[in-house]
Design a protein around this ligand. Structure first.
Ligand code: ADP
Length: 487
Protein backbone atom coordinates (compact mmCIF):
# COMPACT_ATOMS: atom_id res chain seq x y z
CA UNK A 1 0.00 0.00 0.00
CA UNK A 2 1.23 3.49 -0.80
CA UNK A 3 2.65 5.65 1.95
CA UNK A 4 0.08 8.45 1.50
CA UNK A 5 -2.78 5.93 1.65
CA UNK A 6 -1.34 4.23 4.74
CA UNK A 7 -0.82 7.58 6.38
CA UNK A 8 -4.37 8.68 5.55
CA UNK A 9 -5.86 5.40 6.72
CA UNK A 10 -3.97 5.66 9.99
CA UNK A 11 -5.27 9.22 10.42
CA UNK A 12 -8.83 8.17 9.59
CA UNK A 13 -8.68 5.22 12.01
CA UNK A 14 -7.37 7.52 14.69
CA UNK A 15 -10.11 10.04 13.98
CA UNK A 16 -12.77 7.29 14.00
CA UNK A 17 -11.46 6.03 17.35
CA UNK A 18 -11.54 9.54 18.84
CA UNK A 19 -15.00 10.36 17.44
CA UNK A 20 -16.40 6.98 18.55
CA UNK A 21 -14.96 7.48 22.02
CA UNK A 22 -16.50 10.93 22.30
CA UNK A 23 -19.84 9.69 20.97
CA UNK A 24 -19.79 6.78 23.44
CA UNK A 25 -19.22 9.18 26.33
CA UNK A 26 -22.06 11.35 25.03
CA UNK A 27 -24.43 8.37 24.79
CA UNK A 28 -23.53 7.35 28.33
CA UNK A 29 -24.19 10.87 29.54
CA UNK A 30 -27.49 10.95 27.67
CA UNK A 31 -28.53 7.69 29.33
CA UNK A 32 -27.56 8.90 32.78
CA UNK A 33 -29.37 12.18 32.19
CA UNK A 34 -32.53 10.42 31.06
CA UNK A 35 -32.37 8.07 34.13
CA UNK A 36 -31.90 11.09 36.40
CA UNK A 37 -34.80 12.83 34.68
CA UNK A 38 -37.04 9.84 35.35
CA UNK A 39 -35.98 9.66 38.98
CA UNK A 40 -36.51 13.38 39.36
CA UNK A 41 -40.03 13.13 37.89
CA UNK A 42 -40.80 10.20 40.20
CA UNK A 43 -39.55 12.14 43.22
CA UNK A 44 -41.72 15.12 42.37
CA UNK A 45 -44.76 12.92 41.87
CA UNK A 46 -43.97 10.92 45.01
CA UNK A 47 -43.67 14.01 47.21
CA UNK A 48 -46.86 15.54 45.79
CA UNK A 49 -48.75 12.34 46.48
CA UNK A 50 -47.06 11.75 49.85
CA UNK A 51 -48.54 15.00 51.21
CA UNK A 52 -52.04 14.19 49.92
CA UNK A 53 -51.96 10.54 51.04
CA UNK A 54 -50.60 11.45 54.50
CA UNK A 55 -53.40 13.99 54.99
CA UNK A 56 -56.09 11.60 53.66
CA UNK A 57 -54.78 8.85 56.02
CA UNK A 58 -55.05 11.28 58.96
CA UNK A 59 -58.51 12.60 58.13
CA UNK A 60 -60.29 9.68 56.46
CA UNK A 61 -58.33 6.60 57.39
CA UNK A 62 -56.35 3.94 55.59
CA UNK A 63 -59.01 2.73 53.22
CA UNK A 64 -59.72 6.22 51.84
CA UNK A 65 -56.04 7.03 51.49
CA UNK A 66 -55.28 3.83 49.59
CA UNK A 67 -58.34 4.33 47.37
CA UNK A 68 -57.07 7.81 46.56
CA UNK A 69 -53.69 6.34 45.62
CA UNK A 70 -55.32 3.63 43.60
CA UNK A 71 -57.48 6.12 41.77
CA UNK A 72 -54.46 8.28 40.97
CA UNK A 73 -53.33 5.45 38.66
CA UNK A 74 -56.14 6.35 36.32
CA UNK A 75 -54.48 9.68 35.49
CA UNK A 76 -51.02 8.20 35.05
CA UNK A 77 -50.40 6.28 31.88
CA UNK A 78 -46.66 5.92 32.14
CA UNK A 79 -46.36 5.12 35.81
CA UNK A 80 -48.06 2.73 38.21
CA UNK A 81 -48.60 3.73 41.85
CA UNK A 82 -48.75 1.33 44.79
CA UNK A 83 -48.53 1.49 48.57
CA UNK A 84 -45.96 -0.65 50.39
CA UNK A 85 -45.37 -1.12 54.11
CA UNK A 86 -41.76 -1.07 55.06
CA UNK A 87 -41.82 -1.46 58.85
CA UNK A 88 -42.47 -5.23 59.04
CA UNK A 89 -45.90 -4.63 60.66
CA UNK A 90 -49.24 -6.02 59.39
CA UNK A 91 -49.57 -5.84 55.58
CA UNK A 92 -45.81 -5.60 55.06
CA UNK A 93 -44.84 -7.70 51.98
CA UNK A 94 -41.82 -9.99 52.17
CA UNK A 95 -38.87 -7.64 51.71
CA UNK A 96 -36.28 -10.31 50.85
CA UNK A 97 -35.79 -9.02 47.27
CA UNK A 98 -35.38 -5.46 48.50
CA UNK A 99 -31.79 -4.20 48.41
CA UNK A 100 -30.83 -3.68 52.09
CA UNK A 101 -29.18 -0.32 51.37
CA UNK A 102 -32.34 0.98 49.69
CA UNK A 103 -34.38 -0.24 52.65
CA UNK A 104 -32.01 1.55 55.04
CA UNK A 105 -32.26 4.77 52.98
CA UNK A 106 -36.06 4.65 52.98
CA UNK A 107 -36.21 3.86 56.70
CA UNK A 108 -34.00 6.94 57.21
CA UNK A 109 -36.78 8.95 55.58
CA UNK A 110 -35.05 9.53 52.23
CA UNK A 111 -36.25 8.77 48.68
CA UNK A 112 -34.75 5.84 46.82
CA UNK A 113 -35.08 3.85 43.65
CA UNK A 114 -34.02 0.59 42.04
CA UNK A 115 -34.11 -1.04 38.64
CA UNK A 116 -35.74 -4.43 38.22
CA UNK A 117 -34.34 -5.92 34.99
CA UNK A 118 -36.30 -9.22 35.03
CA UNK A 119 -39.39 -8.22 33.04
CA UNK A 120 -38.11 -6.99 29.63
CA UNK A 121 -37.35 -4.16 28.97
CA UNK A 122 -36.92 -3.53 32.74
CA UNK A 123 -38.74 -1.46 35.40
CA UNK A 124 -37.70 1.54 37.48
CA UNK A 125 -39.16 1.49 41.02
CA UNK A 126 -39.01 4.77 42.98
CA UNK A 127 -40.02 5.01 46.63
CA UNK A 128 -41.12 8.05 48.64
CA UNK A 129 -41.32 7.17 52.36
CA UNK A 130 -44.42 8.31 54.31
CA UNK A 131 -44.81 8.05 58.13
CA UNK A 132 -48.40 7.29 58.99
CA UNK A 133 -49.74 8.82 62.20
CA UNK A 134 -46.21 9.08 63.50
CA UNK A 135 -46.29 5.33 64.01
CA UNK A 136 -45.85 3.24 60.92
CA UNK A 137 -43.48 3.54 57.92
CA UNK A 138 -44.77 2.95 54.42
CA UNK A 139 -43.88 4.26 50.98
CA UNK A 140 -45.48 5.25 47.72
CA UNK A 141 -43.98 3.01 45.04
CA UNK A 142 -43.87 4.53 41.57
CA UNK A 143 -43.10 2.01 38.86
CA UNK A 144 -42.29 2.96 35.30
CA UNK A 145 -41.26 0.79 32.36
CA UNK A 146 -37.79 1.49 30.96
CA UNK A 147 -39.12 0.79 27.42
CA UNK A 148 -39.39 4.50 26.53
CA UNK A 149 -35.97 5.22 27.85
CA UNK A 150 -34.51 2.33 25.86
CA UNK A 151 -36.25 3.56 22.74
CA UNK A 152 -34.76 6.97 23.39
CA UNK A 153 -31.30 5.45 23.86
CA UNK A 154 -31.67 3.45 20.66
CA UNK A 155 -32.55 6.61 18.75
CA UNK A 156 -29.56 8.41 20.24
CA UNK A 157 -27.17 5.51 19.39
CA UNK A 158 -28.45 5.16 15.80
CA UNK A 159 -28.16 8.93 15.32
CA UNK A 160 -24.67 8.88 16.76
CA UNK A 161 -23.55 6.00 14.51
CA UNK A 162 -24.97 7.75 11.44
CA UNK A 163 -23.28 11.02 12.38
CA UNK A 164 -19.97 9.22 13.06
CA UNK A 165 -20.15 7.40 9.71
CA UNK A 166 -20.92 10.64 7.84
CA UNK A 167 -18.09 12.50 9.59
CA UNK A 168 -15.71 9.59 8.97
CA UNK A 169 -16.57 9.40 5.27
CA UNK A 170 -16.14 13.16 4.84
CA UNK A 171 -12.89 13.06 6.78
CA UNK A 172 -11.65 10.08 4.75
CA UNK A 173 -12.30 11.78 1.42
CA UNK A 174 -10.69 15.04 2.60
CA UNK A 175 -7.71 13.21 4.14
CA UNK A 176 -7.19 11.11 0.99
CA UNK A 177 -7.21 14.19 -1.23
CA UNK A 178 -4.85 16.08 1.06
CA UNK A 179 -2.62 13.04 1.61
CA UNK A 180 -2.31 12.59 -2.16
CA UNK A 181 -1.52 16.27 -2.70
CA UNK A 182 0.79 16.81 0.26
CA UNK A 183 2.55 13.43 0.46
CA UNK A 184 1.62 11.03 -2.38
CA UNK A 185 2.46 13.25 -5.38
CA UNK A 186 5.76 14.65 -4.05
CA UNK A 187 6.87 11.17 -2.95
CA UNK A 188 5.95 9.78 -6.41
CA UNK A 189 8.09 12.45 -8.02
CA UNK A 190 10.99 11.71 -5.66
CA UNK A 191 10.70 7.97 -6.39
CA UNK A 192 10.76 8.67 -10.16
CA UNK A 193 13.84 10.86 -9.67
CA UNK A 194 15.59 8.10 -7.69
CA UNK A 195 14.74 5.61 -10.48
CA UNK A 196 16.17 7.84 -13.18
CA UNK A 197 19.36 8.49 -11.19
CA UNK A 198 19.59 4.73 -10.54
CA UNK A 199 19.38 4.13 -14.31
CA UNK A 200 22.30 6.48 -14.81
CA UNK A 201 20.45 9.66 -15.84
CA UNK A 202 22.34 12.09 -13.61
CA UNK A 203 20.76 15.14 -15.29
CA UNK A 204 17.35 14.29 -13.74
CA UNK A 205 16.06 16.84 -11.21
CA UNK A 206 12.80 17.34 -9.30
CA UNK A 207 11.10 20.64 -8.51
CA UNK A 208 8.85 20.91 -5.45
CA UNK A 209 7.34 24.32 -4.52
CA UNK A 210 9.86 25.94 -2.17
CA UNK A 211 7.10 27.57 -0.15
CA UNK A 212 6.08 24.15 1.19
CA UNK A 213 9.27 24.28 3.27
CA UNK A 214 8.73 20.76 4.67
CA UNK A 215 10.92 17.65 4.92
CA UNK A 216 9.94 16.49 1.42
CA UNK A 217 11.13 19.78 -0.10
CA UNK A 218 14.37 19.41 1.85
CA UNK A 219 14.71 15.83 0.58
CA UNK A 220 14.06 16.98 -3.01
CA UNK A 221 16.77 19.68 -2.73
CA UNK A 222 19.16 17.13 -1.20
CA UNK A 223 18.47 14.67 -4.04
CA UNK A 224 18.96 17.40 -6.64
CA UNK A 225 22.25 18.35 -5.00
CA UNK A 226 23.24 14.69 -4.93
CA UNK A 227 22.49 14.43 -8.70
CA UNK A 228 24.67 17.50 -9.39
CA UNK A 229 27.52 16.10 -7.29
CA UNK A 230 27.25 12.69 -8.94
CA UNK A 231 27.33 14.34 -12.36
CA UNK A 232 30.42 16.36 -11.40
CA UNK A 233 32.09 13.26 -9.94
CA UNK A 234 31.32 11.23 -13.05
CA UNK A 235 32.76 13.92 -15.31
CA UNK A 236 35.86 14.19 -13.11
CA UNK A 237 36.25 10.41 -13.04
CA UNK A 238 35.90 10.18 -16.81
CA UNK A 239 38.58 12.81 -17.37
CA UNK A 240 40.87 11.26 -14.72
CA UNK A 241 40.41 7.81 -16.26
CA UNK A 242 41.14 9.19 -19.72
CA UNK A 243 44.27 10.91 -18.38
CA UNK A 244 45.38 7.73 -16.60
CA UNK A 245 44.77 5.60 -19.69
CA UNK A 246 46.75 7.97 -21.81
CA UNK A 247 49.58 7.95 -19.23
CA UNK A 248 49.58 4.13 -19.24
CA UNK A 249 49.57 4.17 -23.04
CA UNK A 250 52.54 6.54 -23.02
CA UNK A 251 54.41 4.26 -20.63
CA UNK A 252 53.68 1.25 -22.81
CA UNK A 253 54.92 3.08 -25.85
CA UNK A 254 58.01 4.27 -24.02
CA UNK A 255 58.74 0.68 -23.04
CA UNK A 256 58.30 -0.40 -26.67
CA UNK A 257 60.74 2.23 -27.86
CA UNK A 258 63.28 1.20 -25.21
CA UNK A 259 62.92 -2.40 -26.37
CA UNK A 260 63.34 -1.28 -29.99
CA UNK A 261 66.50 0.57 -28.95
CA UNK A 262 67.86 -2.61 -27.38
CA UNK A 263 66.83 -4.68 -30.40
CA UNK A 264 68.34 -2.18 -32.81
CA UNK A 265 71.96 -3.05 -32.04
CA UNK A 266 71.22 -6.73 -32.73
CA UNK A 267 69.28 -5.85 -35.84
CA UNK A 268 72.07 -3.56 -37.06
CA UNK A 269 74.44 -6.49 -36.68
CA UNK A 270 71.98 -8.69 -38.56
CA UNK A 271 71.84 -6.17 -41.42
CA UNK A 272 75.62 -6.17 -41.69
CA UNK A 273 75.88 -9.53 -43.50
CA UNK A 274 73.30 -8.84 -46.25
CA UNK A 275 74.71 -5.33 -46.70
CA UNK A 276 78.19 -6.78 -47.24
CA UNK A 277 76.74 -9.17 -49.81
CA UNK A 278 74.91 -6.30 -51.56
CA UNK A 279 78.03 -4.14 -51.63
CA UNK A 280 80.21 -7.01 -52.91
CA UNK A 281 77.81 -7.88 -55.69
CA UNK A 282 77.28 -4.24 -56.65
CA UNK A 283 81.08 -3.80 -56.82
CA UNK A 284 81.32 -6.87 -59.06
CA UNK A 285 78.82 -5.34 -61.48
CA UNK A 286 80.31 -1.83 -61.44
CA UNK A 287 83.90 -3.05 -61.86
CA UNK A 288 82.86 -5.23 -64.76
CA UNK A 289 84.07 -8.29 -62.88
CA UNK A 290 80.72 -9.89 -63.46
CA UNK A 291 79.80 -10.48 -67.03
CA UNK A 292 76.93 -11.83 -69.03
CA UNK A 293 74.58 -14.02 -66.97
CA UNK A 294 76.61 -13.33 -63.83
CA UNK A 295 75.34 -9.73 -63.85
CA UNK A 296 71.74 -10.95 -63.75
CA UNK A 297 72.65 -13.41 -60.99
CA UNK A 298 74.31 -10.61 -58.96
CA UNK A 299 71.28 -8.39 -59.45
CA UNK A 300 69.04 -11.22 -58.22
CA UNK A 301 71.20 -11.77 -55.14
CA UNK A 302 71.19 -8.00 -54.46
CA UNK A 303 67.38 -8.00 -54.75
CA UNK A 304 67.06 -11.02 -52.39
CA UNK A 305 69.31 -9.45 -49.76
CA UNK A 306 67.51 -6.10 -50.06
CA UNK A 307 64.24 -7.95 -49.50
CA UNK A 308 65.63 -9.66 -46.46
CA UNK A 309 66.80 -6.32 -45.02
CA UNK A 310 63.48 -4.63 -45.75
CA UNK A 311 61.75 -7.49 -43.92
CA UNK A 312 63.92 -7.03 -40.82
CA UNK A 313 63.43 -3.25 -40.81
CA UNK A 314 59.64 -3.57 -41.34
CA UNK A 315 59.43 -5.97 -38.42
CA UNK A 316 61.28 -3.51 -36.21
CA UNK A 317 59.08 -0.61 -37.34
CA UNK A 318 55.94 -2.69 -36.86
CA UNK A 319 57.01 -3.41 -33.33
CA UNK A 320 57.80 0.24 -32.59
CA UNK A 321 54.56 1.60 -34.03
CA UNK A 322 51.96 2.84 -31.60
CA UNK A 323 48.70 0.93 -32.08
CA UNK A 324 45.35 0.89 -30.32
CA UNK A 325 44.70 -2.47 -28.60
CA UNK A 326 42.80 -4.74 -30.92
CA UNK A 327 41.87 -8.33 -30.18
CA UNK A 328 41.82 -10.85 -33.01
CA UNK A 329 42.30 -14.60 -33.31
CA UNK A 330 46.06 -15.23 -33.19
CA UNK A 331 48.02 -18.41 -33.76
CA UNK A 332 50.26 -18.78 -30.68
CA UNK A 333 53.02 -20.48 -32.66
CA UNK A 334 53.17 -17.55 -35.11
CA UNK A 335 53.18 -15.04 -32.27
CA UNK A 336 56.10 -16.71 -30.53
CA UNK A 337 58.07 -17.06 -33.79
CA UNK A 338 57.52 -13.38 -34.69
CA UNK A 339 58.79 -12.32 -31.27
CA UNK A 340 61.82 -14.61 -31.31
CA UNK A 341 62.90 -13.71 -34.86
CA UNK A 342 63.71 -10.14 -33.77
CA UNK A 343 65.61 -11.38 -30.74
CA UNK A 344 67.70 -14.04 -32.43
CA UNK A 345 70.52 -11.62 -33.44
CA UNK A 346 70.79 -10.44 -29.84
CA UNK A 347 70.71 -14.03 -28.58
CA UNK A 348 73.37 -15.29 -30.95
CA UNK A 349 75.60 -12.38 -29.94
CA UNK A 350 75.45 -13.77 -26.41
CA UNK A 351 75.77 -17.37 -27.58
CA UNK A 352 72.35 -18.17 -26.28
CA UNK A 353 69.99 -20.45 -28.15
CA UNK A 354 66.29 -19.58 -28.35
CA UNK A 355 64.07 -22.67 -28.41
CA UNK A 356 60.34 -22.62 -28.86
CA UNK A 357 58.00 -25.52 -28.08
CA UNK A 358 54.51 -24.46 -29.07
CA UNK A 359 51.86 -27.00 -30.07
CA UNK A 360 50.51 -26.21 -33.52
CA UNK A 361 46.90 -25.16 -33.87
CA UNK A 362 46.87 -23.36 -30.52
CA UNK A 363 44.95 -20.09 -30.99
CA UNK A 364 43.97 -17.19 -28.73
CA UNK A 365 41.77 -14.11 -29.08
CA UNK A 366 44.36 -11.45 -28.14
CA UNK A 367 46.03 -8.27 -29.30
CA UNK A 368 48.98 -9.85 -31.15
CA UNK A 369 51.16 -6.73 -30.92
CA UNK A 370 50.69 -6.51 -27.16
CA UNK A 371 51.41 -10.19 -26.51
CA UNK A 372 54.47 -9.87 -28.74
CA UNK A 373 55.60 -6.89 -26.64
CA UNK A 374 55.24 -8.98 -23.45
CA UNK A 375 57.10 -11.97 -24.90
CA UNK A 376 59.87 -9.71 -26.21
CA UNK A 377 60.26 -8.10 -22.78
CA UNK A 378 60.47 -11.46 -21.02
CA UNK A 379 62.87 -13.04 -23.53
CA UNK A 380 65.07 -9.92 -23.52
CA UNK A 381 65.24 -10.03 -19.69
CA UNK A 382 66.08 -13.74 -19.94
CA UNK A 383 68.89 -13.01 -22.40
CA UNK A 384 70.22 -10.22 -20.19
CA UNK A 385 70.21 -12.57 -17.20
CA UNK A 386 72.30 -15.17 -19.02
CA UNK A 387 75.93 -14.36 -18.45
CA UNK A 388 77.04 -17.73 -19.87
CA UNK A 389 76.06 -19.58 -23.08
CA UNK A 390 72.90 -21.60 -22.69
CA UNK A 391 69.29 -21.87 -23.86
CA UNK A 392 66.18 -19.82 -23.31
CA UNK A 393 63.12 -21.99 -23.65
CA UNK A 394 59.73 -20.60 -24.69
CA UNK A 395 56.94 -23.12 -24.15
CA UNK A 396 53.15 -22.92 -24.52
CA UNK A 397 50.57 -25.30 -23.10
CA UNK A 398 46.92 -25.42 -22.12
CA UNK A 399 46.36 -25.56 -18.35
CA UNK A 400 43.63 -25.22 -15.72
CA UNK A 401 44.64 -22.58 -13.23
CA UNK A 402 43.28 -20.40 -10.44
CA UNK A 403 44.15 -16.68 -10.61
CA UNK A 404 46.29 -15.36 -7.74
CA UNK A 405 44.42 -13.88 -4.77
CA UNK A 406 45.20 -10.31 -5.88
CA UNK A 407 43.40 -10.89 -9.20
CA UNK A 408 40.55 -13.01 -7.80
CA UNK A 409 38.36 -15.41 -9.77
CA UNK A 410 37.66 -19.13 -10.02
CA UNK A 411 39.66 -21.92 -11.60
CA UNK A 412 39.45 -21.83 -15.38
CA UNK A 413 41.17 -22.74 -18.68
CA UNK A 414 44.27 -20.79 -19.68
CA UNK A 415 47.13 -20.92 -22.18
CA UNK A 416 50.38 -20.65 -20.26
CA UNK A 417 53.44 -19.24 -22.04
CA UNK A 418 56.67 -19.96 -20.13
CA UNK A 419 59.90 -18.09 -20.73
CA UNK A 420 62.62 -20.00 -18.90
CA UNK A 421 66.26 -19.01 -18.71
CA UNK A 422 69.41 -20.46 -17.20
CA UNK A 423 70.58 -17.12 -15.88
CA UNK A 424 71.53 -15.79 -12.47
CA UNK A 425 68.04 -16.05 -11.02
CA UNK A 426 66.39 -13.41 -8.85
CA UNK A 427 67.37 -12.95 -5.19
CA UNK A 428 64.48 -13.50 -2.71
CA UNK A 429 64.56 -9.85 -1.57
CA UNK A 430 64.32 -8.59 -5.19
CA UNK A 431 61.59 -10.98 -6.35
CA UNK A 432 58.58 -9.17 -4.70
CA UNK A 433 59.57 -5.91 -6.49
CA UNK A 434 60.20 -7.00 -10.06
CA UNK A 435 56.71 -5.98 -11.29
CA UNK A 436 56.92 -2.53 -9.74
CA UNK A 437 57.16 0.32 -12.27
CA UNK A 438 60.70 1.73 -12.59
CA UNK A 439 62.20 -1.03 -10.45
CA UNK A 440 65.47 -2.14 -12.01
CA UNK A 441 68.70 -3.72 -10.89
CA UNK A 442 70.37 -2.94 -14.20
CA UNK A 443 72.83 -0.16 -14.98
CA UNK A 444 71.70 3.17 -16.39
CA UNK A 445 70.99 2.73 -20.07
CA UNK A 446 70.55 -1.04 -19.63
CA UNK A 447 67.17 -1.05 -17.97
CA UNK A 448 64.29 1.34 -17.31
CA UNK A 449 62.39 -0.86 -14.87
CA UNK A 450 59.27 -0.57 -17.04
CA UNK A 451 59.33 -3.90 -18.91
CA UNK A 452 57.68 -6.17 -16.35
CA UNK A 453 55.17 -3.61 -15.02
CA UNK A 454 54.02 -2.75 -18.55
CA UNK A 455 53.90 -6.44 -19.45
CA UNK A 456 51.79 -7.21 -16.36
CA UNK A 457 49.36 -4.40 -17.27
CA UNK A 458 49.01 -5.70 -20.84
CA UNK A 459 48.37 -9.28 -19.69
CA UNK A 460 45.90 -8.15 -17.04
CA UNK A 461 44.01 -6.21 -19.75
CA UNK A 462 43.57 -9.60 -21.43
CA UNK A 463 42.11 -11.11 -18.24
CA UNK A 464 45.33 -12.91 -17.31
CA UNK A 465 48.41 -12.51 -15.10
CA UNK A 466 52.14 -13.21 -15.01
CA UNK A 467 53.69 -15.59 -12.49
CA UNK A 468 57.37 -16.00 -11.67
CA UNK A 469 59.56 -18.73 -10.16
CA UNK A 470 63.25 -18.27 -9.66
CA UNK A 471 66.14 -20.19 -8.21
CA UNK A 472 69.11 -17.91 -7.60
CA UNK A 473 72.12 -19.27 -9.50
CA UNK A 474 70.01 -21.63 -11.65
CA UNK A 475 67.62 -19.42 -13.55
CA UNK A 476 64.10 -17.99 -13.65
CA UNK A 477 60.82 -18.85 -15.32
CA UNK A 478 58.20 -16.21 -16.10
CA UNK A 479 54.73 -17.62 -16.96
CA UNK A 480 52.11 -15.62 -18.88
CA UNK A 481 48.53 -16.86 -18.27
CA UNK A 482 46.03 -15.87 -20.97
CA UNK A 483 42.37 -16.92 -20.75
CA UNK A 484 41.54 -19.74 -23.14
CA UNK A 485 38.26 -18.12 -24.27
CA UNK A 486 36.03 -20.08 -26.71
CA UNK A 487 38.89 -21.55 -28.74
P1 ADP B 1 64.41 -3.71 -16.65
O1 ADP B 1 64.63 -4.98 -17.41
O2 ADP B 1 64.40 -2.51 -17.49
O3 ADP B 1 65.27 -3.61 -15.42
P2 ADP B 1 61.98 -5.01 -15.91
O4 ADP B 1 60.73 -4.49 -15.33
O5 ADP B 1 61.86 -5.79 -17.15
O6 ADP B 1 62.93 -3.78 -16.07
O7 ADP B 1 62.68 -5.91 -14.84
C1 ADP B 1 62.81 -5.47 -13.51
C2 ADP B 1 63.90 -6.23 -12.80
O8 ADP B 1 63.54 -7.60 -12.63
C3 ADP B 1 65.18 -6.32 -13.52
O9 ADP B 1 65.97 -5.16 -13.32
C4 ADP B 1 65.83 -7.55 -12.95
O10 ADP B 1 66.43 -7.27 -11.71
C5 ADP B 1 64.66 -8.44 -12.66
N1 ADP B 1 64.47 -9.46 -13.69
C6 ADP B 1 63.52 -9.46 -14.65
N2 ADP B 1 63.63 -10.57 -15.42
C7 ADP B 1 64.65 -11.29 -14.93
C8 ADP B 1 65.25 -12.56 -15.27
N3 ADP B 1 64.81 -13.30 -16.28
N4 ADP B 1 66.29 -12.99 -14.51
C9 ADP B 1 66.74 -12.26 -13.48
N5 ADP B 1 66.22 -11.05 -13.11
C10 ADP B 1 65.19 -10.58 -13.82
Amino acid sequence: MRLARKFTLALVLLAVAVISGLQYIQVRRELERSALDMQHDHRLLGHTLAGAIGKAWQLAGEREALTLLHQSNRFQEQVHLRWVWLDGGPGTPPLDGFPPRLLATLRAGQDGSMVDPSPEPGLLHSYTPVIINNQRLGAIEITESLGDQQQHVRTVVVGTIAATAAITAAFFVAAMAMGRRLVGEPVDRLVKLAHRIGQGDLTARVQLPQKRGDELTALASAMNRMGEQLEETRARLASETAARLSAVEHLRHADRLTTVGKLASGVAHELGTPLNVVMGRAKMISSGEAEGEEVAECAQIISQQAHHMTGIIRQLLDFARRRAPHRAPEDVHGLVERSLSLLRPMASKRSVALEAQVPSGLALEVDGGQVQQVLTNLVMNALQAMKRPGTVHVRAEEVRATPPAAEGGAESDYVRLDVEDQGDGIPADVLPHVFEPFFTTKDVGEGTGLGLSVSYGLVRDHGGWIGVRSEPGRGSCFSIYLPRGEH
